[in-house]
Design a binder for this molecule. Structure first.
Ligand SMILES: *Cc1c(COP(=O)(O)O)cnc(C)c1O
Length: 377
């Protein structure tokens, strides 16, 4: 059996090495390192894949969120509602822009932001909602868009973990996740479902005016060379990263499929384990692209399990161990512990298993049998 890794970037690269190398070589030959043709090519190909009007590449997923909020013209003091159970980047940029983060609880099954919790948190100062499509599955966007419509709020999708996933509406209509809200952000961090070999990110929108505004913001607020109309930032996807992404994009569906297949094998192995809850799927198979495969364990010492797996050479992760509302940087007197019942429970129960495109059956068998032996000891 090969060594088990949380993410196997090397194994993935070895299968597409020739194409990736050729794509990078093209950039080296043109020396168009910033805003070169590769960036434009990748942007067009991603627009086509997602069926979205505008993709604006930028430097990373955190910038993408920040720039989306700047593009919407959110102002200091505006309240932005987001999930308590997510990576800190989401709340970080809200605070950085001097907007007021309002963290709310999530759903116990999908781990995604609770629509009821959003509804309760809306005040006259609320300007936007940021659902995070956690671990590769879309939040309840139909209900979120409806609620946002009633209160005239912007919806910014944090799609760093779910690129390529589908969202199915009640009437059966299917769209790509990240094309539903007013604007979305994604990350091409190497371990994400579509990862480059460094940092990268992008913003998506179907709104022409907003896309124009954002294209200026990513480039120092310039719409015409050396005319700075708004305060911007320097946030660009470099051409070498675009070359990697453009070589990998045609494989994204196959990569997500490989994750889905690995998830099914995990599910199967745990089907008779009553101390383990496997990830809930809210729709069809391609609605969850398993950025993480995250179990809930009950009646098991989760931290002892993590330690045991690590000793057996099985990496695993606890995403996320501390609710954001309890992080020093984001504590706020307005929060009431009773409003975070689900997150407070999840941080004690979740464990994410190795998940990537190169997982082999003997590895999955070893991981699942080691877990089963431990919890039934
Ligand atoms: C990875 C991630 C980000 C940030 O992306 P970077 O490219 O690392 O800046 C933001 N939100 C979520 C939910 C993420 O998982």
């Amino acid at each position: 059996m090969k060594n088990i890794q949380m993410v196997d970037l090397k194994g993935q690269y070895s299968k597409i090495e020739a194409v990736v190398n050729a794509s990078i070589q093209e950039v080296l030959e043109t020396t168009s390192f910033i805003n070169g043709p590769k960036v434009h090519e990748f942007q067009k190909n991603l627009e086509c894949y997602l069926n979205v009007k505008h993709v604006i590449p930028c430097a990373n997923g955190t910038d993408a969120l920040q720039i989306a909020m700047m593009g919407l013209g959110l102002k200091p003091g505006d309240e932005v509602i987001t999930a308590d159970f997510t990576f800190a980047a989401t709340v970080e940029v809200i605070a950085l822009l001097q907007l007021t983060p309002v963290l709310v609880d999530v759903e116990p099954d999908t781990f995604n932001i609770s629509v009821d919790a959003i509804r309760k948190a809306i005040t006259p100062k609320t300007k936007a909602i940021v659902p995070v499509h956690l671990f590769g599955q879309c939040a309840n966007m139909e209900a979120i868009m409806e609620l946002a419509g009633e209160h005239n709020l912007f919806v910014i999708e944090d799609n760093a973990q779910a690129i390529g996933a589908n969202y199915t509406y009640k009437d059966g209509k299917k769209v790509k996740v990240g094309t539903i809200g007013h604007v979305s952000s994604t990350s091409f961090f190497p371990s994400k479902n579509l990862g480059c070999y460094g940092d990268g990110g992008a913003i998506f929108t179907n709104d022409d005016q907003l896309a124009h505004t954002i294209r200026g913001i990513v480039n120092h607020g310039m719409y015409e060379r050396y005319h700075h109309d708004v305060v911007g930032v320097n946030s660009r996807l470099d051409s070498i990263q675009a070359a990697v992404l453009d070589a990998k994009l045609p494989h994204l569906d196959a990569y997500n499929k490989a994750r889905i297949e690995a998830a099914k094998k995990y599910d199967e192995a745990f089907k008779n384990e009553d101390k383990i809850t496997v990830p809930f799927r809210s729709g069809e198979e391609d609605n969850h692209v398993f950025h993480q495969y995250t179990l809930k364990v009950n009646g098991v010492d989760r931290d002892a399990l993590v330690k045991h797996l690590n000793e057996k050479g099985i990496p695993c992760g606890v995403y996320y161990p501390i609710p954001l509302h309890n992080q020093k940087a984001y504590k706020d007197d307005r929060y009431n512990e009773a409003d975070f019942e689900v997150t407070n429970q999840l941080v004690k129960e979740v464990i994410s298993l190795p998940m990537h495109t190169e997982l082999e059956d003997d590895q999955i068998e070893f991981i699942t049998s080691t877990i089963k032996a431990f919890i039934n000891e």
